[in-house]
Design a protein around this ligand. Structure first.
Ligand code: GLA
Length: 752
């Protein structure tokens, strides 16, 4: 991306049109959307249109703008409320809450709280990754205080990115009470709004919840956590506009925020069915002090508009994520065996090598050593009380070091990965002994601790800490260059808000995340090939801030296959299958004690990025053979699952079974997953599955994989060749009659 410099007399580089009424406007398009920005006679940047693609922006503007009004205002309700492209607090806007409150609230250096932003000429950024990259600059009419609103569009998705840069050229510091990435007053048309989001906690992340948004109400979701910011609520939503949307029908606005710290998203509906959408980093715990001469860049907010239901919102976001957000979004992910549930802290070289042997035998590809490999002497990491911060190998367990393990993996043609928790520290560590001032806490406060009674958070707002953590990570990789994967864990939230070395604790929530991103950027620069999994006590970090640096996330510490149907169902509303790690574990499941067949566990894990988390030495020869077969089958369907387009068919909510499918990007293959949840009254009766996303005219051969030896198929159509229109309208006949946790995976191949 080319650097551009701030200029009050901005140069006009792109297509800006002037309508008959003297309104300058910009019309951005995506494959099926239009966004129209316009600057009204008062000089305010507005967004009079956001929705399905229209041919001519002037037509839309002519409906919004009333040339007979002497003040030349654009309004969406009786010419009154301005559809602000970025609303700020204190503006002279007549009217109502929506534009008065604002996503940006600034106390200027002289103490004045209001802002009046005057729109300057739009600018275009040269940006090779985007289709267009527009900047709408705005300057306060009195103060040298500037906001630049960015909007990026892409040729291959309806997802757009938007964020702002806030620059303080005043004499002293300004305080930002609100600093949202997006704060848009939407001229949405509808009288019925429903807000879908994800909620959960440890062990049950990404549960789908939906509520209606009535007149005069605000629905707000947020995380004040600072670190595990996706546990209780996920920074993502879908808003159905004008009635309840289904997977295939209805108008839906979707959005995600790319941020790993505290955040807030709110949708406020006013008396006239106008909507103000705000998305941004949450700083309600303290106004952000922006020093003179400094610019704050807010996280990216991503928006998608769909005229054909929620399924399309998911697909557009997934495509955006794979093509424009995740570092290796277009690459296929390896089949991993992670040591955690198989060995916990109890391992030595021989045990790990035995696990590698099993993985190799099953056809797996990457071996990952989880927690327990580091810390030394009295701080050896033999339990969760010691050693965080000391990223040198635990020689009691692994006398020949990590390099010996990477060599052993190599001998077996396996790749190798390692668990790290770089943001946290135990007070029982050499690092804490050297630098107690690096632990987060208010200067005058005693230290509170988390996991193990000894864990606290490193103060990543301190550049010395950022340097040290970066150096330690770099050393791990230099000592064992064959490490190609990090599982990056973060098992804490801010329990000691404050910095011992900075005088500005109110900036800590935001600056911590900047420190985290600095470490991740350095790591990425040093090792662009490294695959990173984001984990935070399970799914505490399922979000696109981290996924800008990482390739996948750990959806939950709950590895029970039935629970995972729900957890993965929820996460894939917003996050692609290639990014969700699904690991097959033993039964009874360690978290729920539930017993499910091995086939069921594979059938669920294979709908995302397949992995295992068990000790293969403890598997029976029959199970090992079955696992080998499933892994082989996964390798064949992997491109479709990890890179295909997702269609949700039957929700696990309110049903005794669930189903979804992926269609390969080139349409040549489709994979259909069907999972029983437990038997209900109609235990044997599953109506034919109406498939989706196929070509109506094309013929498909129907096959089934992962069949246990001697068991019958789950559809009478297996072996048949059928046209797409019949499968999508008549439906695929299926059975789920072999007990509570019966399941099936069908593979459809297009006949050329
Ligand atoms: C967290 C993670 C687990 C595992 C443990 C190790 O709980 O979510 O997957 O890595 O830490 O301590």
């Amino acid at each position: 991306m080319k650097k551009y410099y701030l200029s009050f007399a901005a140069v006009l580089l792109g297509a800006v049109h002037v309508s008959g009424a003297g309104i300058s406007h910009v019309h951005l398009t995506t494959p099926s959307m239009s966004i129209v920005f316009a600057r009204d006679a008062e000089g305010t940047w507005l967004m009079p249109y956001y929705g399905a693609r229209v041919k001519n922006a002037e037509d839309v503007l002519s409906l919004r703008f009333n040339p007979k009004r002497a003040d030349g205002r654009i309004g969406v309700v009786a010419g009154q409320v301005k559809p602000a492209s970025y609303s700020v607090y204190g503006s002279r806007e007549i009217g109502i809450d929506v534009n008065k409150y604002g996503g940006l609230c600034v106390k200027h250096a002289d103490g004045v709280m209001s802002s009046e932003m005057i729109g300057l000429q739009p600018e275009w950024v040269e940006d090779k990754q985007a289709q267009s990259h527009l900047v709408l600059p705005m300057k306060d009419e009195v103060y040298p205080f500037v906001v630049r609103q960015h909007v990026r569009t892409f040729a291959d998705t309806d997802a757009i990115e938007t964020w702002v840069e806030i620059s303080n050229y005043e004499r002293g510091a300004v305080e930002l009470y609100r600093m949202d990435s997006a704060a848009i007053v939407f001229p949405l048309l509808g009288t019925d709004f429903r807000f879908l989001s994800l909620t959960g906690q440890w062990g049950c992340e990404s549960q789908v919840s939906e509520t209606s948004l009535e007149r005069g109400q605000t629905v707000a979701i947020s995380s004040r956590n600072g670190i595990r910011n996706a546990w209780f609520a996920n920074p993502a939503f879908m808003l159905s506009v004008g009635g309840e949307a289904t997977e295939r029908t209805g108008r839906v606005l979707g959005g995600v925020l790319c941020w790993s710290g505290a955040w807030g998203i709110s949708a406020q509906r006013d008396y006239a069915d106008l909507l103000e959408l705000r998305m941004g980093a949450d700083n309600s715990n303290g106004a952000y002090k922006l020093a003179p001469g400094k610019t704050l860049v807010t996280p990216k907010a991503v928006l998608v508009w769909s005229e054909s239901g929620k399924g399309k919102v998911s697909r557009e976001l997934h495509r955006w994520a794979r093509n424009h957000r995740m570092p290796h979004g277009r690459e296929l992910r390896d089949i991993v065996l992670n040591s955690w549930e198989g060995a916990y802290f109890d391992f030595d070289e021989a045990r790990l090598e035995g696990m590698m042997d099993g993985l190799k035998e099953m056809g797996g590809e990457m071996f990952v050593v989880d927690d327990g490999w580091f810390g030394n002497g009295r701080y050896a990491r033999d339990n969760d009380r010691n050693g965080l911060g000391d990223w040198t190998v635990n020689t009691n367990k692994l006398p020949r070091g990590i390099r010996h393990l990477t060599d052993e993996a190599k001998k077996r043609s396996l790749k190798f990965g390692l668990w790290v928790e770089p943001e946290m520290i135990n007070v029982t560590s050499e690092l804490y002994e050297r630098h107690p001032e690096w632990a987060m806490k208010g200067r005058t406060r005693s230290l509170g601790t988390g996991r193990g009674g000894t864990q606290c958070v490193l103060d990543l707002t301190n550049p010395a800490v950022v340097d040290d953590v970066s150096a330690q990570l770099s050393k791990i990789l230099k000592d064992a260059p064959d490490i190609v994967y990090f599982k990056w864990d973060a098992n804490a939230n801010f329990f000691n808000v404050g910095s011992q070395t900075s005088k500005c604790d109110s900036n800590i929530y935001f600056d911590y995340t900047l420190g985290l991103y600095e470490i991740l950027s350095r790591l990425r620069k040093e090792r662009p090939d490294l695959v990173i999994q984001g984990c935070s006590s399970g799914g505490g970090r399922i979000e696109y801030g981290f996924l800008g640096y990482a390739d996948e996330f750990w959806p939950s510490d709950d590895s029970d296959a039935r629970e995972r149907v729900f957890i993965q169902w929820g996460s894939n509303f917003f996050y692609p299958a290639s990014a969700a790690a699904g690991h097959v574990t033993v039964v009874p499941n360690h978290q729920t004690k539930r017993v499910t067949p091995l086939k069921y566990r594979f059938d669920v894990a294979m709908s995302v990025r397949l992995g295992l988390e068990l000790d293969p030495k403890k598997m029976s020869p029959e199970d090992l053979a079955f696992a080998k077969e499933c892994i082989g089958a996964y390798k064949r369907i992997r491109p479709t699952v990890q890179q295909g387009e997702l269609y949700r068919l039957v929700s696990p909510y309110g049903n005794t079974y669930a189903s979804l499918m992926y269609v390969a990007a080139d349409g040549s293959e489709a994979v259909v997953f069907l999972w029983g949840l437990n038997r209900g009254p109609k235990k044997d009766f599953v109506p034919p599955l109406r498939l989706d996303g196929l070509e109506g005219d094309a013929k498909y051969s129907i096959g089934e994989i992962n069949l246990a030896k001697g068991s019958k198929t789950h559809s009478d159509a297996v072996g048949a060749v059928v046209r797409g229109d019949a499968l999508m309208n008549g439906g695929l006949p299926v059975y789920l009659d072999a007990g509570d946790y019966d399941s099936a995976v069908f593979v459809l191949r297009k006949i050329k």
